[in-house]
Ligand binder design. Structure first.
Ligand code: SF4
Length: 79
């Protein structure tokens, strides 16, 4: 099986995963956290532009699940 294309953006606390082939371009992420998601930037996801909790909450609203996240610090493990 071919592995799904995944782009990762990380800091010490959170890793944001973006699966571009799933994105339906609803722009919910951009409208919700425009400082984190900005398609005008080459690196369109900036994980240091808001708190990890805000980023995680926003990712939960992605309708296509193109966005996902993993906690990097064990103290934030919630799965
Ligand atoms: S919210 Fe999800 S589906 Fe919508 S543009 Fe962002 S990544 Fe794509």
């Amino acid at each position: 099986m071919q592995e799904e294309r995944t782009v990762k953006y990380a800091n010490d606390t959170i890793t944001v995963l973006w699966r571009p082939d799933r994105c339906i371009h609803s722009a919910i992420c951009i409208k919700g956290l425009g400082n984190v998601y900005d398609v005008r930037r080459k690196k369109w996801i900036e994980v240091n532009a808001d708190t990890p909790e805000q980023i995680a909450n926003q990712i939960d609203k992605c309708p296509s699940k193109a966005l996902a996240y993993e906690w990097n610090a064990t103290t934030f493990q919630n799965s």
